[in-house]
Write a protein that binds this ligand. Structure first.
Ligand SMILES: Cc1cc2nc3c(=O)[nH]c(=O)nc-3n(C[C@H](O)[C@H](O)[C@H](O)COP(=O)(O)OP(=O)(O)OC[C@H]3O[C@@H](n4cnc5c(N)ncnc54)[C@H](O)[C@@H]3O)c2cc1C
Length: 416
């Protein structure tokens, strides 16, 4: 999503080469350092201008470690659509995101809000261990038993602590799923958002839904595109789940297919080289419920034209079963993740400020801002205190600084 012209791209092939690349980068402390797995980071910090990029795309193996416990080992450079394809013959899947072109490294160090999130939780909730190269080049393993403090930090704030060279996940049994694409008349945008939110919260966990609005054309009504997965291949169950959702507003178009999960992940993926240009501009927030007040403010934002892509995704369900302090991921009680894309000139920042007080925490993967306060929003309260202490321990020289940097010591600006 972002253009860049790095001075040097180091295409590493294993953990030893990652350590070598890091040693080289450390000798040049003033030079930007990007860590790139799939290259889909929305903040765009996996590339830079004139700096070093450590490119992990060659570390893309997907290996079954144990059939019995459904344990798989995946390299950071693998793409989620390839993971889905590799797991499908076993009757397994791992909830990741909504787009199969995204890489494993960036998503699995931050959260992973995917098509099965209400039923199976975040991607990081399936993580059982990582192999990671630390800032000083040491190879470490982190799990509930080994370096548990590092394992806690990697699940939400991984980019600040090292370069993960392998992820071990416990995956789920998932067969064919229903893939529903519904288009609504959202002329009454606030009412639509509130009703959609209520329908999602009332639905059983096997339903995960997201809604996209924005880019309204003059003379045309406001449309909302609702994309939903129901984890069932039984048509009656699927209809039972989708009917309340279909009733939230006038339905203009609909398509429902029962397909392998891997097909959903391959949906809409474009191949070819990255074409990122310029600076992306997006903001993110987590919210417990789509209240009438929030829905009205969101409708105002959309009506201004400040956003060309306004998306609300389900979270909640199994995500909320995990205790809040169990990982560095910010807000477990949120039922929704909100993201809005605009341009610098579109006035998005001003509009977003008016929404901000509704949010409790923020998901870093949908944010592009660079203000230090954003890190406080992403890791509210005790989480940031703990992360700062761990940053001092694992990366005292702040080698991993280019993506939502957790500052320590004198670099911390006091809260206003
Ligand atoms: C089209 C699109 C759809 C998306 N949909 C979803 C979605 O449905 N759900 C969701 O949760 N997210 C989604 N995202 C966000 C996505 O999860 C993040 O942008 C993620 O960081 C991308 O991972 P990547 O490896 O492709 O990115 P990269 O650009 O390669 O990396 C992004 C950042 O992650 C860090 N990083 C990368 N690899 C490693 C590593 N091995 N070890 C430590 N740190 C690392 C670096 O700081 C880097 O700057 C989407 C993004 C896009 C562009």
């Amino acid at each position: 999503m972002r253009g860049g012209a790095p001075g040097l791209v180091l295409r590493v092939r294993d953990a030893a080469e990652v350590a070598e690349a890091l040693a080289f980068a450390r000798k040049q402390p003033g030079v930007p350092l990007g860590v790139r797995s799939g290259g889909h980071g929305i903040s765009g910090r996996s590339t830079n201008d004139g700096g070093i990029v450590i490119d992990l795309s060659a570390l893309n193996t997907i290996e079954v470690l144990d059939e019995e416990t459904r344990r798989v080992r995946i390299g950071p450079g693998a793409r989620w659509m390839d993971v889905a394809t590799a797991l499908a013959p076993h009757g397994w899947a791992l909830s990741s995101g909504d787009y199969g072109g995204v890489g494993v490294g960036g998503l699995a160090t931050t959260g992973g809000i995917g098509w099965l999130v209400r039923e199976h939780g975040l991607t990081i909730d399936h993580l059982r261990a990582v192999d990671i190269v630390l800032a000083d080049g040491t190879a470490a393993r982190a799990s509930a038993e080994e370096n548990p403090d590092l394992f806690w930090a990697v699940r939400g704030a991984g980019a600040n602590f090292g370069i993960v060279v392998a992820f071990e996940f416990e995956v789920d049994v998932v067969g064919d799923v229903a893939w529903a694409q519904l288009v609504f008349d959202a002329s009454d945008t606030a009412q639509f958002l509130e009703s959609w939110g209520a329908a999602v919260e009332a639905a059983p966990r096997d339903l995960t839904s997201s809604v996209i609005l924005g880019g309204r054309r003059p003379g045309q009504p406001a449309y909302a595109q609702v994309l939903t997965v129901v984890d069932s291949d039984d048509p009656d169950t699927v209809l039972d789940r989708l009917k309340p959702l279909a009733a939230v507003a006038p339905l203009l178009d609909q398509s429902i297919q029962i397909v392998p999960y891997a097909t959903v992940m391959a949906h809409n993926v474009q191949g070819g080289d990255h074409q990122g240009q310029g600076e992306p501009h997006a903001h993110s927030g987590l919210i417990d419920h789509i209240t009438p007040e929030f829905a009205a403010r969101a409708a105002d934002l959309i009506a201004t034209g400040a956003t060309y892509f306004f998306q609300i995704r389900s979270v909640g369900g199994a995500v909320s079963d995990v205790p809040a302090g169990a990982t560095a991921y910010p807000n477990r009680s949120a039922n929704f993740s909100v993201a809005s894309f605009g341009t610098n000139a579109s006035g998005l920042d001003e509009q977003w400020e008016r929404l901000r007080h509704h949010f409790d925490g923020m998901y870093l993967s949908f944010e592009t801002g660079r203000a230090p306060e954003l890190v406080q929003q992403a890791f509210p309260g005790e989480a940031l205190v703990r992360l700062r202490a761990l940053k001092e321990k694992y990366d005292p020289d702040n080698v991993f600084r280019d993506n939502f940097n957790i500052l320590t010591g004198d670099d911390v600006t006091p809260s206003p």
